[in-house]
Design a protein around this ligand. Structure first.
Ligand SMILES: [Zn+2]
Ligand SMILES: [Zn+2]
Length: 338
């Protein structure tokens, strides 16, 4: 089979490798759609600590079961499936506390290599995080299960009854999915970004109001009175933006720091703002099996509409064209069709 290998940053090779054979509990998926993601782009540009090189990559997929190992539950050859690439061990100290996204082994045995004709899924992923794809949902949308699971994660802790307005900073693929999710929850979402075409994507997917960064305070004032938004979702991963994010929220509000900064970056906050205004700052990493279920339900019951995120498709051998477009800022996500 053909498999895309990331040899080193900026260098992709298409290799011919044997089709994997599933052991007990495992399945092999014939990939129908693999989506590009910000993580893949980062790995392609400068490497990524969670994607070993040289090696296969791509982790957002949907397809059909080509071969099911013994004991792979209710999955059999020919089933159309959608899933994520990792699952918690259910045994470590974090798993025992129910903090499954923070599992010590979550990244140990994951399924990397969706940019290929076939993808082998480990037994614990099959058991916890693989689902049947209903006929009414396209393979392209089904492949959004993994990123949507990440998006859903921070909202598990949020009090939606107190949340009427939100600010999403940064309207890339991740920001756009937050907008769609918040809109689904009936929240008015203000969106700030430097680029006009991203802001128009934000409007299309459900933003209440869009604004360039220099007018964000004005937009918040007009939308919330002098209160500030109930919730800020930071999606840029930039130090300066992380620091500014606390300025936009009302007293008692929440700031979700979703965009990861490079390692070693420190930020500074006004202690009075945090203390007297009782702000909640929270990070967000990965997802739990419950988040995957929530995302699956949102997609399959069509309560969220994300098809506008997919800007086009390419055969596997043209994967570099997809990355080139993303580097040029063109398009949101691309579907690879092996
Ligand atoms: Zn991803
Ligand atoms: Zn664990």
């Amino acid at each position: 089979m053909r498999q895309v290998i990331l040899a080193e940053p900026g260098k992709i090779e298409l290799k011919d490798v044997p089709v994997p054979v599933p052991s007990e509990g495992e399945v092999v998926v014939k990939v129908n759609t693999a989506l590009t993601c910000g993580t893949d782009l980062k790995a392609y540009l400068r490497g990524h600590k969670l994607i070993p090189m040289p090696g296969p990559f791509g982790h957002e997929y949907s397809g059909t079961i080509a071969k099911a190992g013994k004991g792979s539950g209710n999955f059999k050859e020919g089933d159309r499936v959608m899933g994520v690439h990792s699952a918690p061990c259910m045994e470590c100290g974090y798993c025992r506390k129910g903090l499954h996204n923070l599992c010590e082994k979550i990244m140990e045995k994951k399924a990397l290599g969706a940019f290929a004709e076939y993808l082998l899924l480990p037994a614990h992923v099959v058991q916890l995080n693989l689902f049947h794809k209903p006929d009414g949902l396209s393979f392209e949308e089904a492949a959004l299960l993994e990123p949507l699971s990440c998006i859903v994660h921070p909202y598990g802790k949020l009090r939606f009854d107190e949340t009427e307005t939100a600010l999403v900073i940064g309207a890339g693929p991740i920001g756009l999915m937050h907008i769609a999710y918040l809109k689904m929850k009936g929240i008015k979402v203000i969106v700030s970004d430097f680029f006009d075409d991203r802001l128009s994507s934000a409007s299309k997917i459900g933003a209440y109001r869009t604004t360039p960064p220099h007018d964000v305070e004005e937009a918040i004032k007009e939308t919330t009175g002098n209160l500030g938004v109930d919730l800020v979702i930071e999606c840029t991963g930039q130090q300066g933006v992380w620091e500014k994010a606390v300025n936009y929220v009302r007293r008692g509000g929440t700031i979700v720091l979703f965009g990861g900064c490079p390692a070693g970056i420190n930020v500074t906050y006004d202690t009075h703002r945090l203390h007297y205004d009782e702000l909640t700052l929270t990070g967000s990493f990965h997802f739990t099996p419950q988040d995957v279920k929530t995302a699956y339900q949102a997609l399959t019951e069509k309560i969220i509409e994300l098809s506008s995120l997919i800007s086009g498709e390419f055969p596997l051998e043209d994967i570099e064209n997809a990355f080139t477009l993303l580097i040029e800022g063109k398009g949101i996500k691309y579907a690879l069709k092996p």
